[in-house]
Design a protein around this ligand. Structure first.
Ligand code: ARG
Ligand code: ZN
Length: 378
């Protein structure tokens, strides 16, 4: 297909990879096209002898189908997608209900002034090391915040009965940031379900938002990112130009001596990647990270046979600079991983609520494996 057509004329919304520039030979590409352009696009694909099939025929219908959970109601539920207001209230409740295990703090605020809540999980102790995990970097990846909520639930519900969880919480703290890109998440609920970036204004452009996972100081904007504010992978005006990435990076810098692992949860693609993404060079801990990733995925797959791939970001997905995983790794946090949860494109970002539970259950196994490994290698 002609680049100019895809990128400029038709404005395809790339779901996988994140932009037309990262398309490479022999890899699956998923994109959304406006209804009245479908025939034109199908014609071009056929003309260029490109195999394709329609994963989601009618996105409007699929938008409703994502809410297929039977447990509807207005309150919080671990098996449905929760609005930001519901998640915010939940962070207060879960801390109040589990005072010896959970505490809540605020590490900053978003562009639109929402408090960035951080939950700290763990039994109090002295000199404890910690694992940092965040969800909701990209607004439309709704399964990601759902996983952070699930993780906290599992921690409080299985502490004292599950021996692995008990050991982890006795010996380590977990910092869980349930939604990083709150403004974008709210926007994906109220205005545009397919929104990805933050909601900050860009000077000299009417386009809104920066891609938070291109906004960190790790080969910033060198490749796999765009310097154009209208692009979905816009790297921002400078590293940490966004209040959200700045708050996250500040917190990690302040706690560098205790944080031993950094986990960041995205969707979709079913991948577990580790540094580097800003270069094809192998990280100095490549062998160990690859072994840990392999074992973590083995655990994950054992539950429902969900197929995952793993490897360094640049080679496994595509090179993309400015990611939080590479930044954390270069700060000295060796165990730095990015999860890309279910699925592989059948529903994409519109993963039905009925898959929240199995997705979270299998992901728990991988996260608990990594955490246990980190604890055994302090
Ligand atoms: N889909 C994720 C993103 O584009 C992949 C993240 C992998 N890590 C990275 N530093 N690019 O943000
Ligand atoms: Zn993402």
């Amino acid at each position: 297909m002609q680049q100019s057509f895809a990128a400029d004329v038709c404005k395809l919304d790339f779901w996988q990879p994140d932009s037309v520039k990262m398309v490479k030979p022999k890899r699956q590409v998923d994109f959304r096209v406006e209804a009245d352009k479908t025939l034109e696009v199908e014609h071009l694909l056929k003309e260029n002898k490109m195999d394709f099939n329609v994963l989601i025929d009618n996105l409007q219908t699929a938008l409703h189908a994502q809410f297929d959970s039977k447990v509807r109601g207005t309150g919080h539920s671990y098996e449905k997608y929760n609005t930001w207001d519901t998640i915010a209230a939940w962070t207060a409740d879960i801390a109040a209900e589990n005072p010896t295990l959970v505490s809540r703090s605020v590490i900053g605020e978003t562009y639109e002034g929402q408090p960035l809540y951080l939950l700290k999980l763990g039994k109090s102790g002295t000199n404890k090391k910690a694992i940092f995990m965040d969800c909701g970097f990209h607004a439309r990846e709704w399964i990601s915040p759902a996983f952070c909520q699930w993780f906290v639930k599992e921690a409080v519900e299985t502490y004292g009965t599950d021996s692995t969880m008990t050991k982890l919480l006795n010996s380590l703290d977990f910092y869980v940031l349930p939604v990083v890109n709150i403004d974008g998440y709210v926007y994906s609920w109220t205005k545009d379900r397919m929104w990805r970036k933050t909601r900050s204004k860009n000077t000299g452009s009417s386009c809104i938002g920066t891609d938070l996972n291109r906004n960190f100081n790790a080969g910033w904007c060198e490749l796999g990112a765009s310097d154009r504010p209208c692009a979905s992978t816009y790297c921002g005006s400078a590293p940490e130009s966004e209040k959200e990435s700045k708050a996250l990076a500040d917190f990690i810098r302040e706690n560098l001596s205790t944080i031993k692992a950094y986990l960041t949860v995205h969707s979709y693609s079913q991948l577990l990647v580790f540094p580097y993404s800003y270069t094809y060079k192998l990280a100095k801990d490549y062998n160990e990270l690859n072994t840990v990733a392999s074992a973590a995925i083995q655990r994950l797959t054992s539950l429902y046979n969900t197929n995952y791939e793993y490897g360094p970001g640049a080679a496994t997905v595509y090179p993309a600079a400015g990611g939080s995983d590479d930044w954390a790794y270069d700060q000295g946090i060796k165990y730095s991983f990015t999860f890309e949860l279910r699925d592989t494109g059948k529903y994409g970002f519109l993963l039905p609520e009925s898959q929240i539970k199995p997705t979270c259950e299998e992901t728990m196994l991988a996260v608990k494996y990594i955490a246990s490994y980190v604890l055994d290698h302090l």
